[in-house]
Design a protein around this ligand. Structure first.
Ligand code: GDP
Ligand code: IMO
Ligand code: MG
Length: 438
């Protein structure tokens, strides 16, 4: 096995950045394939914390960074991250798709206008222009990297007028940016990146053929997927593993295995159904202990118990064969610790994940108590062997439950934000990739 796709199995923020950073050592290239700067991926190495919105997290390990055609790119954010990394002494070897769509200030403005206009039905987007940019892509009205490099201002002017019409006629607002100045700025930013621009499919296929290994880094999570998530409370891209192929231009056969990343509990930012949400003190406690605040918007994340129904659904959609479970330290000492094993809908129990968000909003979670583990047990384990088999018994049972419900195996367990707070199940990880992980 060579190439591996990592995907979030919940509503995002599962700890994908941390897991990708841990695994990247065994790969040559790390590739983002969807989403944009709505993502916020955190990597903690020693005393330094990196927060990436567009850059693949593998750059910290010095890996080649690929941003595929399926990503919507805010050039301001990308250039800012490249400069920040340079200041930290990390040069970036970037390959950016010529086909990637560009997020413009117009689409950022429209994102806010659309979500405001929804009133009480608002999605609570990150307001980074994601929905409008993907929308314009599908409407065949978008601006791509190649268009900026080709320097056709007439096409840009047509795009600007279409956006202006939408803002003025639909929302009664006026556009906040100037057509020519915005064009010059976007074009100038594109030109500074021109040496990095390529056909990412060609690049990745050639790299794989010459024995290089690619780690695909998902953003958002399966339950935010435009098709498979809790529509309409979703993002505007496919976040599932299959999107790694479409979103970079490699054939599906180049995706050799799928690692699902999930938290030991559940969180969600923004609006939408959340069956195991805890609106009480326990929810507040999880938020406090887990530092559950949005990386991009700073919003408080909603918190709840682990939802095994949703997790099984997400694992199936992605074809997950192994799990990376994060934030187990956050649950240490919580008693009783509960997990959701089924939903009750109109008095009937089911383990099926409903397609209708209105139904999902009404389900009653069927909760079971599990034994749990203590902070002392985690500390003892940390200061002694650090082997998977020596993890506290209650934690191992919890992980076994997750593996059972998702019909997969545990490959990695994260016990803290830093790289060193990670335990790898060697046999499982090496069956996904011959990477020596850490
Ligand atoms: P991502 O979007 O999936 O990459 O996740 P985020 O970076 O948005 O959110 C995960 C947060 O949890 C970050 O602040 C991480 O530093 C932190 N984190 C990751 N793994 C662990 C863990 O095992 N324990 C604790 N306490 N924090 C973790
Ligand atoms: P990472 O990659 C958590 C949520 C937003 C909102 C919905 C739509 O860090 O896991 P959008 O701006 O995408 O149109 O917003 O999706 N959302 C995320 N939630 N983590 C993310 O990314 C998210 N990206 C988008 O809060 O509910
Ligand atoms: Mg995040």
């Amino acid at each position: 096995m060579t190439n591996l796709v990592t995907v979030g199995l919940q509503w995002g923020d599962e700890g994908k950045g941390k897991v990708v950073d841990c695994l990247a050592g065994g790969f040559d290239i790390v590739a983002r394939f969807q989403g944009g700067s709505n993502a916020g991926h955190t990597v903690v190495v020693g005393d330094t914390t990196y927060k990436f919105r567009i850059m693949p997290s593998g750059v910290v390990q010095g890996k080649t960074a690929v941003i595929g055609n399926g990503v919507v790119v805010d050039l301001d954010v990308l250039i800012h991250e490249i400069e920040q990394l340079a200041r930290s002494g990390i040069p970036v070897d970037l390959v950016l798709s010529e086909r990637a769509h560009i997020i413009t200030p117009l689409q950022i403005q429209v994102d806010g206008l659309i979500d405001e206009a929804r009133g009480k039905n608002r999605v609570g987007t990150t307001r980074r222009g994601i929905g409008p940019t993907y929308g314009d892509k599908i409407l065949r009205s978008g601006v791509r990297m190649i268009d900026l490099l080709n320097g056709d201002e007439d096409r840009w002017n047509a795009f600007f007028e279409y956006q202006r019409g939408r803002v003025e006629r639909l929302f009664g607002s006026s556009v906040e940016c100037h057509p020519h100045r915005t064009w010059l700025r976007l074009r100038q930013m594109a030109m500074t990146l021109r040496d990095s621009v390529a056909d990412t499919g060609e690049f990745l296929v050639n790299a794989t053929d010459s024995g290089k290994k690619v780690l695909f880094e998902g953003a958002q999570g399966t339950l935010l997927d435009i098709d498979h998530g809790t529509y309409p409370f979703v993002t505007s891209s496919n976040c599932v593993a299959a999107a790694a192929s479409v979103g970079t231009g490699v054939p599906p056969s180049f995706l050799h295995d799928v690692l699902g990343v999930c938290k030991a509990y559940t969180t969600r930012v923004g609006a939408g159904p959340f069956p195991t949400e805890l609106s009480d003190e326990m929810g507040e406690e999880l938020r406090e202990r887990g530092g559950e605040r949005g990386t991009v918007t700073g919003r408080a994340r909603r918190c709840g118990w682990l939802d095994l129904v949703a997790l099984r659904y997400a694992s199936r959609v992605n074809g997950v064969t192994a799990l990376a479970v994060t934030k187990v330290d956050v649950l240490a000492g919580i008693r009783p610790l509960r997990v959701c094993v089924a939903y009750r809908i109109n008095g009937e129990e089911t383990t099926r994940f409903p397609a209708d968000s209105r139904v999902l909003a009404r389900v009653e979670p069927v909760l079971e108590d599990v034994e749990g583990w203590t902070p002392e047990e985690i500390e003892d384990w940390r200061s002694s062997s650090k082997a998977y088999d020596d993890l506290p018994g209650g934690l191992r049972e919890y992980l076994a439950l997750m593996a059972h419900h998702t019909r997969s195996r545990i490959a990695l367990v994260s016990t803290g934000p830093a790289r060193r707070d990670t335990v790898v199940v060697e046999g499982v990880l090496s069956s996904l990739t011959d990477a020596s992980a850490l």
